[in-house]
Design a protein around this ligand. Structure first.
Ligand code: ZN
Length: 490
């Protein structure tokens, strides 16, 4: 009994153990499944919740965090800013820049930001499918005792790949605007001739004292005195703050390097007051001239462009148009443009009698005088057609040109720009007088392209009289012909 019972018991135990093993195996299986599922979920979460962004909402949070970490703004009484957020699958933009309430300054900043955005989009247009790029533009703004409002736009380009952020570029762009006109103020308008030599010395000493062994080899390429260096600076309350891009004077990781020169150390270097018409005789200069106006629409469009860029040009006007649009002449004079005569009705003066020439010129002189309070300072004879009789009667410097854009013929902004760029490339434009006509939309459009381009190339835009004085050391002489061969610098 006991034997058979124990056999039965053992059999039951074996069966029990078998069932238990099966159960455990099943449990392990389930557990493994659960673990796999958890791992899968974790992997998924990891993929979708990197610390960057995958939706517009996440993008906004990401940008807000960036702005709170990088507070570039400085104390300032200048109010207002523009903000722009644009989220895209691959390219996104987060931009904020100041709008100070001066339309010239504000338009300029808006245009600059647009250019940055375009070049960002172009640079990253072929970005890998699984990568993203982000352009972050933030700013610092300053007011100074010199009646200058200064702005630094800081642009950071980020590339994001598998949740990993790399800073592809960090650049500071500095702008100084007159608080009176709103226009850009150039170095020579703020500093005395030769200012970069003193500033270069100061900065070099400062950097050596402060950073010594940390300075990069070749850093002096960025602190020496030259056209391409020491151009990024802003006027702040205590002095002039010079900026150096990452990786120029110090290693990239150090970011943008700032050097402040207090105003007391700039005595004799910085001007007491901005000189808007300051010209550096050692730097290239060119005179834009516009004939056949004034025209209410196109002359004003050209003047808008010149005013916006803080430069001047010379206008050779027809008396009959001056009579129709005297307010355009008034505006030209107020903006410091040089106003010359181009006769009353555009005849070939050499084919007229003395009496007729006198009538053409005198009537025009009086019309200009009554429109703006001053007589024309120059004469450009129609078609460039002149002789001794014309010059004698004119009793003004007679001005021809050395670059003919043929704008009247092409009526295309593109070809006008092309002509100017071609001469610049082949012979340079220093000392040249460029001929255009203020009565075409195409010429106004070309002016809008050529003025900032010339400025970027380092040309000072001057009037014809300034060109004669500063480039040719010539006091403009009445009755003298400055012909086609005159305006070339060998
Ligand atoms: Zn003409």
């Amino acid at each position: 009994m006991s034997t058979s019972a124990s056999i039965e018991q053992r059999r039951r135990r074996r069966e029990y153990q078998k069932r238990r093993k099966k159960k455990i195996k099943k449990l392990i299986g389930i557990a493994m499944g659960v673990i796999c599922l958890i791992i899968a979920i974790l992997l998924l979460i990891n993929t979708f919740s990197d610390n960057t962004y995958n939706s517009e909402e996440e993008f906004q949070e990401y940008v807000a965090e960036y702005y709170s970490e990088h507070d570039y703004h400085r104390a300032s009484g200048l109010e207002g800013e523009a903000e722009e957020l644009s989220f895209g699958e691959s390219l996104s933009l987060a931009v904020r820049y100041p709008q100070i309430g001066n339309s010239v300054t504000d338009t300029y900043l808006g245009d600059v930001v647009k250019e940055f955005e375009q070049s960002f989009k172009k640079k990253y247009q072929d970005i890998e499918d699984d990568a993203k790029a982000l352009d972050l533009i933030d700013y610092a703004i300053y007011q100074s005792p010199k009646k200058v409002n200064s702005v630094v736009l800081v642009e950071e380009e980020q590339k994001i790949l598998k949740g990993e952020v790399t800073v592809e570029g960090l650049t500071a762009h500095a702008y100084n605007f007159s608080s009176e006109t709103g226009g850009l103020v150039s170095g020579i308008q703020m500093f005395n001739v030769g200012y970069k030599d003193s500033i270069s010395k100061y900065i070099d000493e400062h950097l050596q004292n402060k950073y010594d062994g940390k300075l990069l080899k070749g850093y002096q390429d960025y602190t020496k005195s030259s056209d391409d260096t020491l151009n990024e600076y802003v006027l702040i309350e205590q002095g002039v703050l010079f900026l150096f891009q990452p990786g120029t004077v110090l290693a990239k990781e150090e970011g943008i390097v700032e050097v402040l020169i207090p105003y007391e150390d700039l005595e004799g270097v910085i001007r007491d007051k901005i000189n808007f018409r300051a010209i550096d005789p050692s730097k290239p200069m060119v005179a834009l001239t516009f004939d056949d106006g004034p025209n209410e629409k196109t002359s004003n469009r050209i003047l808008d462009c010149l005013e916006k860029n803080g430069v001047v040009a010379t206008f050779f006007e027809l008396g009959r148009n001056v009579k129709t649009f005297p307010e355009v002449i008034k505006r030209e004079a107020e903006l410091g443009m040089e106003i010359g005569s181009h006769s009353w009705s555009h005849p070939e003066l050499t084919k007229l009698t003395k009496k007729e020439i006198k009538k053409e010129l005198n009537k025009t002189n009086e019309a200009i005088k009554s429109a703006c309070g001053q007589y024309p300072t120059l004469l450009r004879p129609p078609y460039g057609s002149t002789n001794e009789t014309v010059e004698e009667i004119a009793n003004l410097p007679v001005i021809l040109w050395s670059v003919d854009t043929l704008d009247w013929k092409s009526r295309k902004a593109k070809s006008v720009v092309k002509v100017i760029k071609k001469v610049e490339k082949e012979d340079g434009l220093d000392g040249r007088v460029i001929l255009m006509h203020s009565i075409y939309d195409s010429t106004a459009k070309a002016t809008e392209q050529i003025v900032p381009w010339l400025q970027k190339k380092g040309y000072q835009l001057v009037t014809v009289s300034e060109l004669l004085q500063y480039r040719y050391n010539e006091k403009p002489q009445k009755g003298k012909l400055y012909g086609y061969g005159y305006f070339y610098v060998e």
